[in-house]
Design a protein around this ligand. Structure first.
Ligand SMILES: NC(=O)c1ccc[n+]([C@@H]2O[C@H](COP(=O)([O-])OP(=O)(O)OC[C@H]3O[C@@H](n4cnc5c(N)ncnc54)[C@H](OP(=O)(O)O)[C@@H]3O)[C@@H](O)[C@H]2O)c1
Length: 332
């Protein structure tokens, strides 16, 4: 089968399309013929050995796929040959076939096409867990989202609207601002790309304060980190929630006088661990997301598609801050 392989640690340019043996399916696994693979930021990290998982090489990136089950292991009870599923496989998805545990698979919401199904659960699952379970976002609250035109950020925009919040966004270009406004954001700003010194950090903090208004933002969703985190935290409301989601701009250090002065909570979000530790809560969230999709409240924005041989360009777009919404690799 064809697979895009990471053979040595490095950027997307180090990936190569190769012919390898089809994986064999263990008793508790299913073998899936992949039809599409969503690209997520962890794909840019895992190939550089900078992610929480470090698979043995060679391996394919691609943690989120959609496809058809071609073979089921002897102990698999939940799925049958021919079922069309979404699967969260951690890595290995940028290939024609992948194996995974039966519990890594989910049914596809009714009427959802392949490229949306490959761009759905990782981002919406993360952002829904963050806003619902970690921040208890309530109707009428102000929600400020950083990196709002990216994968998890844009999902947070739609979910924030669906949950009745006033959605404010921060992004790094006018094009990205338009993407977030088109998905329902109420207002937003374009921030600089950095680097930031003392003066520009202060200007950034002031621009977030102006956007959030006198009372500040009740919930801040930070999927980017770096200097943006502290600048945004300065605009949080009394007893607000600051959600720590991701660090493409670097891992920030926060002066601890800020949460004291704001009486706020800095709250970690680790969706993968939540799914493992609270499978019932995760199933409930997935069912609610499916309903929101069916009711037209959420819909993944697939802004670009690539073939398997071009997939490294898709990963480069995320790493270079050029992607909006989701990029999907189609594997016909
Ligand atoms: N905590 C969890 O459970 C969880 C789950 C899923 C993902 N994540 C994390 O969430 C983050 C976003 O993931 P994603 O898949 O949504 O990625 P994405 O689509 O690439 O979006 C990330 C956004 O970060 C912003 N950004 C700021 N500085 C950047 C830089 N130096 N390089 C690249 N982007 C930069 C970009 O927006 P602007 O250009 O507008 O700033 C970009 O749109 C990643 O760190 C990922 O690991 C966490």
């Amino acid at each position: 089968m064809k697979a895009l392989l990471s053979i040595t640690p490095g950027g997307p340019e180090t990936l190569s399309l190769s012919d390898i043996d089809k994986p064999s399916c263990l008793d508790d696994q299913v073998l899936i013929k992949v039809s599409a693979c969503g690209i997520n930021y962890p794909d840019a990290l895992i190939i550089q050995d900078k992610y929480q998982f470090r698979p043995d090489r060679p391996f394919s990136p691609g943690g989120e796929i959609v496809g058809t089950i071609e073979e089921v292991g002897a102990k698999v009870g939940r799925w049958s040959k021919g079922d069309r599923v979404i699967a969260l496989v951690r890595w290995g998805g940028m290939a024609e076939f992948v194996t995974c545990s039966e519990t890594d698979c989910l049914p596809i919401p009714m009427g959802m096409p392949d490229n949306e199904a490959a761009a759905f659960i990782f981002t919406y699952g993360t952002s829904y867990h963050a806003l619902k379970d970690r921040a208890n976002l309530a109707p009428g609250e102000k929600l400020l989202i950083l990196g709002a035109a990216g994968g998890v950020g844009l999902a947070a925009v739609e979910l924030g609207k669906a949950m009745g919040a006033e959605v404010l966004v921060g992004v790094s270009s006018e094009e990205k601002l338009q993407v977030a406004l088109d998905k329902g954001a109420n207002d937003g700003l374009v921030y600089p790309r950095g680097p930031f010194d003392k003066e520009s950090s202060k200007a950034l903090a002031n621009s977030f304060k102006q956007l959030a208004g006198k009372e500040g933002a009740n919930v801040i969703y930070d999927a980017i980190g770096g200097a943006y985190a502290e600048a945004a935290l300065r605009s949080i409301a009394w007893e607000g929630h600051f959600l720590v989601v991701g660090f493409p701009a670097g891992i920030p250090s926060i002066p601890l006088n800020l949460p004291l002065l704001k009486g706020c909570q800095i709250t970690g979000v680790f969706w993968g661990s939540f799914c493992e530790r609270n499978s019932k809560g995760n199933e409930q969230n997935n069912a609610e997301l499916e309903q929101m999709y069916i009711n037209g409240k959420i819909k993944p924005l697939v802004s670009r598609t690539f073939t398997l041989s071009e997939a490294s360009h898709g990963i480069s777009m995320l790493a270079d801050r050029k992607a909006t919404g989701k990029i999907v690799v189609e594997i016909p």
